[in-house]
Design a binder for this molecule. Structure first.
Ligand code: FAD
Length: 548
């Protein structure tokens, strides 16, 4: 094939991903120097289209970045007024009082927000400062310089043929070069994954851990709506089969975010995270809230859970990883947006100082030092043992010991040191014949829905003629290995029904319905054979979330 010719554009800083991390970096760079050239590239059709959080936002990140965010009209309209935590059994619930919880778990002072809308507002602030933002532009490749440094990205490749080749309608995209490239792709970023492997950035750190989070927006009976109420649950229906739990947040306009997170280190490959979520809504406490209401949106996204000990090295020549591309979620608080913002700010300050000194394409060590020793490191260090305790000892002991550990860490010490996570989530999957098949009730179409119906509420769309963006290293492996050994769990762990095993005349066949993909990245994480690689499809494809 002839060499592909692309135009190149030069910037000071190229930012991949318009989430809270990337947008914060862009805003901070322009605050520091109005003349610095900054571009933000976003694969969603518009800023916010691929953003999915709970979300209860701790405003500390925004306070640091834009102290007058209130006067500037930031959409933080719903302060948390009530904070509840329940342990669920099948037929009832027990309220865990707030007083034994360490102060860091308190949600007062936080806001229930649509992070998609917060990002849209942040993009407006960035554009007012002169940042160039291009939505609908997926960054599909990294560009390396002569010395192996990251020099830029390729963005805006459209119209590839189904086999990945260039055809008459293919637009080759362009190269965007920067003195520094920021990868703020969120959890399991596809370019970040390449950089982590190329520069061995996970070396000496614990493995990264993940969960899959699924979320619906409901409009409920106004008589049952309590604006500002935050509820978290644990226990039923997961019980001992997996770690995880739910969140129910009452935002404005009689809407409620109903979400469920399943930790991806579950062993039983028969487990069906999506159906656990659907079953959860039939708990009497939740069913009573939702009955008479309607679900208006659905989405899913992986969430990073490794925390403090799993944060990879975040800088390599010419490149820095931000936010959840590193993994900065405080797991017991289920919060990462504040740290994503703080990381964007810190990366911007390091890049600005470097550029002032005439530097380019080297390692922004000052950024990493700030993340580990500053507010982000302090936030994550206090809770570092909660997740490994849960993985090792289960929910109840980890509630008690994790609570104790968070208390002692608040006072500045831990009785446990720093616990390790151990296996990756893919490695945690055990053979199917060691576990029982789990039965899930059929969705009733009122409170619970089948996957494909729900996926239509993510408004996801992929041009069918383009290549499949879920790449198998070995096409035979799903049927030859995963099916006999693990009952091919892709059929169940994918919250969008992308993967199917179909019976044909010649035996079973693995089918990938990539058009349904909601870009959650669970397959890339959980496939026990690590045979699936998620690469970005062309820009503008994927979900179109309204106010997730
Ligand atoms: C179910 C769930 C509930 C959560 N609840 C909360 C909560 O209540 N509070 C809280 O603070 N945090 C919560 N989090 C965590 C929070 O969502 C993350 O910490 C946060 O989104 C990280 O921000 P980010 O900017 O790093 O990445 P993201 O928000 O994921 O943004 C990344 C952006 O980059 C774009 N992108 C990715 N790859 C490319 C590419 N190659 N080219 C172009 N664009 C690209 C994406 O489309 C996206 O817009 C939750 C997460 C989940 C999954």
């Amino acid at each position: 094939m002839a060499e592909i010719e692309r135009e190149a554009m030069e910037y000071d800083v190229v930012i991949v991903g318009a989430g809270p991390a990337g947008l914060s970096a862009a805003i901070r760079l322009k605050q520091l120097d109005a003349d610095i050239n900054v571009v933000v590239l976003e694969k969603g059709s518009e800023v916010g289209a691929h953003i999915l959080s709970g979300a209860v936002l701790d405003p500390c990140g925004l306070d640091a970045l834009i102290p007058d965010w209130k006067e500037k009209g930031a959409p933080l309209n719903t302060p948390v007024k009530e904070d509840n935590f329940y342990m669920l059994g099948e037929a009832g619930e027990v309220r865990i009082p707030n007083f034994p919880m360490p102060p860091l778990m308190n949600n007062h002072g936080n806001y229930i927000v649509s992070m998609a809308n917060v990002c849209r507002w942040m993009a407006e602030q960035a554009e007012e400062l002169g940042v160039e933002i291009f939505p609908g532009m997926a960054c599909s490749e990294l560009v390396y310089g002569d010395n192996g440094e990251v020099k830029g990205v390729v963005a805006g490749v459209f119209g590839l043929e189904a086999d990945g080749s260039y055809g008459p309608g293919t637009e080759p995209g362009m190269e965007l070069h920067g003195k520094y490239v920021f990868l703020s792709e969120g959890v399991r970023g596809s370019l970040a994954k390449e950089v982590i492997a190329k520069y061995d950035l996970q070396a000496g750190k614990d493995v990264q851990k993940f969960g899959v989070g699924m979320k619906e927006i409901w409009e409920i009976d106004p008589a049952k709506h309590k604006e500002g109420t935050v509820t978290h649950t644990m226990g039923w229906p997961l019980n001992g089969n997996a770690g995880g739990g739910s969140f129910v947040y009452h935002l404005e306009n009689n809407q409620v975010y109903v979400g469920f997170v399943v930790h991806l280190n579950y062993k039983n490959p028969h487990l069906f995270p999506y159906m656990e979520f659907q079953r959860f809504k039939h708990h009497p406490m939740i069913a009573e809230l939702l009955e008479g209401g309607k679900r208006v949106a659905y989405g899913a996204r992986a969430i990073s859970e490794g925390g403090y000990q799993s944060m990879c090295k975040m800088v390599a020549p010419g490149v820095a990883l931000l936010g959840c591309s590193v993994g900065m979620v405080n797991v017991p608080r289920i919060k990462g947006n504040h740290n994503a913002m703080l990381s964007g700010k810190a990366a911007a300050e390091a890049a600005y100082a470097a550029i002032q000194d005439g530097r380019a394409a080297d390692e922004l060590t000052a950024y990493e030092v700030e993340v580990r020793s500053g507010a982000i490191g302090k936030d994550l260090k206090k809770v570092r043992n909660v997740k490994p305790m849960w993985s090792k000892w289960g929910m109840l002991p980890s509630l008690a010991l994790g609570g104790l550990d968070m208390w002692t860490n608040t006072l500045g010490f831990s009785l446990f040191g720093t616990l390790k996570h151990g296996k990756t989530d893919a490695e945690a999957t055990e053979p199917a014949d060691k576990h029982k098949v789990l039965d899930y009730p059929k969705p009733d179409g009122k409170l619970s829905f089948d996957r494909l119906t729900n996926v239509s509420f993510a408004m996801t769309n992929h041009e069918e003629s383009q290549p499949c963006h879920l790449r198998l290293a070995d096409e035979s492996l799903p049927i030859a290995v995963n099916l006999p050994k693990y009952a091919e769990p892709a059929q169940r762990y994918c919250p969008a029904g992308v993967y199917e095993v179909l019976e044909g005349e010649d035996g079973p066949r693995f089918q990938i319905n990539f058009q349904n993909c909601v870009h959650c990245k669970t397959c890339d994480i959980k496939d026990p054979s690590q045979n699936i690689t998620w690469v970005t499809p062309q820009g503008g494809d994927g979900p179109n979330y309204p106010n997730m």
